[in-house]
Structures are given as C-alpha cells and as structure tokens.
Design a protein around this ligand. Structure first.
Ligand code: AMP
Length: 287
C-alpha cells in the first residue's frame, strides 16, 4: 500500500495506473477509521481495480465552535485499517496542500443544503462539496463510495455530480452499527459510558419507527413516535426528527410507500446523526 500526501503526486500516480486500463475507486474519509469506513473500502475493492482512501480532516466543513481542533486524529491506526481492508493508495494531505492561500472558489449545491444538517451547520455542505470536488479532481475516480450514515451528504454529492456532468458513479453503502444498534461514528469516542447508553435512543427510536411503518402507521405517526422516544430520553437533546422523501428530504406525504427517517441530537456535548429507511404498509388496511 502506498501512502502519499501531495495532491499532484497522487494524481500523477493515478494517471499512470489508469494508463494500464485499471478502474479507480475512491473512499473519502476524515480518518479515525472504524468498521463503517472499512466497509466502504471493501465495497470499493469489490468493484474497482485500484482503491484510493483519502484521510483528511477538512477544516472548511467545520463551523465556528464545532470540534475541528479536537476531532480524533489516529493516522497510524487508520493506515493499518486501510492496509487490512486492501486499499492500494492512501492520500494524507496536510491542510496547506489542499488549500493554497489565494483560494477563492467553492462548489455549492444551493437548495438541498438549506434544510436539516445545512440549516443547523451553516456552510458545512459548501465545505463538503468543495473538498469532494477537489478530491475527485485529484483522484480521478470511476466510482466514489459514501455511507448512508450521512444520508443528506450522499444526496448532496449525487446532486453535485449530476449538475456538473461528472463522470463518477456515486455508490452509497449501508450504515454499519455496533451490536447494540448505535451507528458507528468517529464521534462516538467522545461519549462517556453513560452517554453511550443514552445515545442508543437514536437507533432505538428509528427501529421503532421502522416497525410501526411496517405495521401500518403513517409517516406522521412514525415521526411523532421518534420525537416522543427521543424527548423522553434523559441526556439526549433532540435537534430534528423527520420522516422525509428519500430524494428531496421534504416531509413524506401520507400516501408515501417509503421514506427515510432522519434524526440529529446532542448527547452531552456530542452531536450525533442517524437515519433509517421506512417501508409503509398501506395505511387503509390498518384502521
Ligand atoms: P467521515 O470520516 O465521518 O467523514 O466519513 C467518511 C465516510 O464514511 C462517509 O461517506 C460516511 O458516510 C461513511 N461512514 C461513516 N460512518 C459510517 C457507518 N457507520 N457506516 C457506513 N458508512 C459510514
């Protein structure tokens, strides 16, 4: 496995690989890798001849007062995960290798970024789309792998790729969870033992909603059930709970046959997100 930090070096290396006809897969990450990230590398390995993982804590996607400074940086362990998962190249740029002093350009998806995460984290998605655009231009992928864990993020990236005629296929991989249901996240390591227990309310509320939907509840009833479960949980401060259309993220209508439930909450000072697809049994037969 090769490890390179300079973007130009990475691009020339990948160009030379491409000349042999190999397909390229990229897995963008901010490091602090866990089994969720590893599952993306495995998926890329299955589909692509040459897999690039990028490890970069991107400063421009953190807002003032967010956790950029304390974000976990575990490069040695990350490289070990990448090696074990079969990555061929890991790119580990420094911030000044990604952003030159005079940089003035951003890539913005204008509408899908105004709601949910975008509303609570102003500027966050501009940071994400700009860095992902740069990573695509450096790593020249045929396919790029993202987690459903960041549901809105993968939709925003799909929108960017479609709008800008990018010839990269976006692959969204399922959420990897701890055995007790907690969605894996680099930020879980901030949680105390007590908060770790309290955080289980997020996935539990989503699983409740999934069962309710399957049993004939409406999108609104599912949303209310999630809100009730999270409001009752000590230590959890709910930021949003929605049941939304899977493509637009607008509230799901009563006749929807499927939707995605998305939640964001603070557990102590740690901000967590999770989501779950819902399939609705026809409501008519239920009542
Ligand atoms: P991050 O390092 O948090 O920016 O995440 C890098 C990629 O890993 C993103 O596409 C995330 O959606 C994905 N990811 C994070 N957590 C999980 C998880 N639990 N399961 C699957 N993918 C994940």
């Amino acid at each position: 496995m090769e490890v390179l930090s300079a973007p130009d070096e990475v691009r020339s290396r990948i160009r030379s690989i491409q000349r042999s006809g190999a397909s390229i897969g990229v897995v963008p990450t901010m490091g602090a890798l866990h089994a969720g990230h590893v599952s993306l590398i495995h998926a890329a390995k299955r589909d692509c001849d040459f897999v690039v993982t990028t490890v970069f804590v991107n400063p421009t996607q953190f807002g003032p007062g967010e956790d950029f400074q304390k974000y976990p940086r575990t490069l040695d362990a990350d490289l070990e995960h990448c090696r074990n998962a079969g990555a061929d190249l890991v790119m580990t740029p420094a911030a000044d290798q990604m952003y030159s002093d005079g940089a003035q350009s951003i890539v913005r998806v204008t509408e899908l970024t105004k709601i949910l995460e975008g509303a609570l984290r102003p500027g966050h998605f501009d940071g994400v789309t700009t860095v992902v655009a740069k990573l695509f231009n450096i790593t020249l992928p045929d396919r790029a792998y993202f987690g459903q864990k960041d549901y809105q993020q993968q939709l925003v990236i799909r929108r960017m790729v479609a709008d800008l005629n990018w010839s990269v296929e976006i692959v969204t991989c399922p959420i990897i969870r701890e055995p007790d249901g907690l969605a894996m996240s680099s930020r879980n390591r901030y949680l105390s033992a007590e908060e770790r227990q309290q955080a289980l309310a997020l996935s539990r509320s989503l699983f409740t909603a999934k069962d309710l939907a399957a049993a004939g509840a409406s999108p609104d009833e599912c949303r209310l059930a999630i809100q009730a479960e999270l409001s009752e949980q000590a230590g959890v401060s709910l930021q949003y709970a929605v049941v939304a259309d899977e493509s637009t993220l607008q509230p799901a209508g009563p006749a929807s046959s499927s939707a995605v439930a998305l939640v964001a909450a603070k557990v102590g000072t740690t901000r967590l997100i999770d989501n779950q697809r819902l399939q609705f049994r026809s409501h008519a037969g239920f009542r």
